[in-house]
Design a protein around this ligand. Structure first.
Ligand SMILES: [Fe+2]
Length: 152
């Protein structure tokens, strides 16, 4: 890939990561204290780190990362638009799952292209963590662990 295309790809991933940080912030704000919220807060921090790693790849090539206004209406969970009913844990997790599916597929798409080794290495590491996020969300949704956690 030519440099401008690499930068365009990295810029898109950077924007998605910034959106994800915003989405996790919204999710964490909706949940009560407990292991579920702690895990989502950790994932949010990992997305912050991903944004910095992607930004570093842009900057070391002499470009600037894009100014990102988090996309409140778009990929972000419905939490930020007035819901018809109060959002439950399941709604939040389903929103997060949708985001993670999108994020993961964008990394897979980027990794399918011809990339410089350092970019590939950085994106592959992030992609593995994204896979972990999605696996965790899917497992948690399947087990509905928050229901048993609420019982004494
Ligand atoms: Fe993620």
């Amino acid at each position: 890939m030519q440099q401008p295309q690499i930068i365009a790809e990295l810029s898109r991933l950077f924007s998605v990561e910034v959106d994800a940080v915003q989405a996790y912030g919204a999710a964490v704000a909706l949940l009560g204290p407990g292991p579920l919220r702690d895990e989502l807060a950790l994932f949010g921090l990992e997305h912050q780190r991903h944004a910095l790693v992607v930004q570093d790849q842009i900057v070391r090539r002499g470009y600037h990362s894009p100014d990102v206004t988090p996309d409140v209406k778009g990929v972000v969970i419905g939490a930020l638009t007035p819901p018809r009913r109060p959002l439950g844990v399941e709604d939040v997790l389903m929103g997060i799952r949708g985001n993670e599916q999108l994020t993961g597929s964008l990394y897979a798409k980027a990794l399918a292209r011809k990339l410089p080794d350092d970019v590939r290495e950085a994106l592959a590491r992030i992609h593995a963590e994204e896979r972990h996020h999605l696996d965790w969300v899917e497992r948690t949704l399947a087990r509905r662990s928050w229901e048993s956690a609420a019982r004494p």
